[in-house]
Design a protein around this ligand. Structure first.
Ligand code: FAD
Ligand code: DHB
Length: 394
């Protein structure tokens, strides 16, 4: 059996696992990542696109923000669109100068993998049957299979960064884990299109046919989403149907037009809210989607992963450098405070902007009133803006 020894064993090479490995490396702490997909797969998985102000700072300070600063799109606001007209929310004036960066998650992942490999970091891709053991001891282990046969990582801590469907959360005994969950009666159909954006900023549109989101990845590529039924079959959405629905939901009475282009990627994402508490058991620490999920409307998923591993890297550094375990003990409580703020914000944005299949006229009037309040009240707009750009780290 192939046996490796390291300080921190990390399950999952998504944004959480990769950034954690890099932050630990900067602290002189060794880690090994095990990932069940291929490098090619994780580098091309199209997902989130918005980085909070603080996430941009974390990546920049960690020395992995160079391409992001060059190719990412710095945005100073978003537009809320309803009743066929747009209303801009200006971030810097409402948040003391904060903004967001539009930069694809898979680009963050590519930058982090390149940085890890350049620093001699170990990422074991395409492993199978990953399991964690002895998490209540001071010598936990990760076992898995590679094409070469069975393998093991012996470590001092395990970071479960293996996403919502991973195995780490399940390793925490059921009686100690509390799960909080909410399902939504809709999903998002997302496309990437080879079409230059015709608007400089993201547009969140409330429409009686359903929510639509206008985003982008570069001066040549648009990223668009449509609210669809929760069990929708992507085969029922040929490109022409998608474009026609996007035109209806996004276009305004002042003549703004959406530009079409070849569809490069198409997929459906379910919507849920989910939190598992606590985010730690023994020497196993959960981070990112392994511990919590938000509906994507607030663009918080990847940012929460960044915040979690920032806290975990600091706590592990305090342990390895100063034999302090107070930050490790406080890890779950520190993260959950931010997690629940993002859960609320994501639920609130989702509730305000989507059509609920069972929603009556009363609910629609409430949503419309809420939208009008957000775009006309300084206090309400500031509340949306400070949550969207991300609250300062605690
Ligand atoms: P992940 O990115 O899920 O990474 C987990 C990694 O662990 C993966 O590489 C996975 O292959 C690996 N893994 C899983 N199981 C195992 C195992 N047993 N052993 C080894 N490795 C394992 N957020 C937004 O804000 N906006 C969006 O538009 C948006 N779209 C999304 C679309 C989809 C389809 C999904 C699933 C999520 C989306 N999100 C979005 C959420 C956002 O992408 C996540 O919050 C973010 O990826 C969290 O990063 P992570 O590293 O915690 O988890
Ligand atoms: C994107 C995704 C989101 O969930 C969001 O709220 C904003 C932008 C995107 O993929 O660009």
């Amino acid at each position: 059996m192939d046996k490796l020894r390291t300080q921190v064993g990390i399950v999952g090479a998504g944004p959480a696992g990769l950034l954690l490995a890099h932050l630990l490396h900067l602290e002189g702490i060794e880690s090994v990542i095990v990932e069940n997909r291929s490098r090619e797969y994780v580098e091309h998985r199209v997902r989130a696109g918005v980085l909070e102000h603080g996430s941009v700072d974390v990546l920049t300070q960690a020395g992995v923000g160079e391409r992001m600063r060059r190719e990412g799109l710095l945005h100073h606001g978003i537009e809320l669109r309803f009743g066929a007209s747009g209303h801009r929310i200006d971030f810097p004036s409402l948040t003391g100068g904060r903004s967001i960066m539009v930069y694809g998650q898979q680009e963050v992942v590519k930058d982090l993998i390149a940085a890890r490999l350049a620093a001699g970091g170990r990422i074991q891709f395409e492993v199978a049957d990953v399991a964690v053991h002895d998490i209540e001891s001071t010598a936990p282990r990760i076992t898995f299979r590679t094409i070469g046969g069975p393998a093991e990582v012996a470590c001092e801590f395990i970071a479960g960064c293996d996403g919502f469907h991973g195995i780490c959360r399940q390793a925490i005994p059921g009686q100690t884990l509390h799960v909080f969950e909410r399902a939504y009666p809709f999903a998002w159909l997302g496309i990437l299109a080879q079409a230059p954006p015709t608007h400089d900023e993201l547009i969140y549109a409330y429409h009686e046919r359903g929510f639509a989101l206008y985003s982008m990845r570069s001066p040549q590529i648009t990223r668009l989403y449509l609210q669809v039924a929760p069990d929708e079959d992507v085969a029922r959405w040929p490109d022409e149907r998608i474009w026609s629905e996007l035109h209806l939901r996004l276009e305004t009475s002042d003549g703004w037009k959406l530009r079409e282009g070849p569809v490069l990627e198409k997929g459906i994402t379910g919507m849920r809210s989910f939190v598992a508490e606590p985010m730690q058991h023994g020497r196993l620490f959960l981070a990112g989607d392994a511990a919590h999920i938000v509906p994507p409307t607030g663009a918080k998923g990847m940012n929460l992963a960044v915040a979690d591993v920032r806290a975990l890297a600091r706590a592990l550094a305090a342990f390895f450098h100063s034999k302090r375990s107070d930050l490790l003990d406080a890890y779950s409580a520190i993260c959950l405070k931010r997690v629940w703020r993002a859960e609320h914000f994501s639920w609130w944005m989702t509730s305000m902007l989507h059509c609920f299949p069972d929603g009556d006229a009363f609910q629609q009037r409430l949503q419309r009133s809420q939208l009008e309040y957000v775009v006309s009240s300084h206090a309400a707009a500031a509340s949306l803006a400070e949550n969207y750009v991300g609250l300062p780290f605690g």
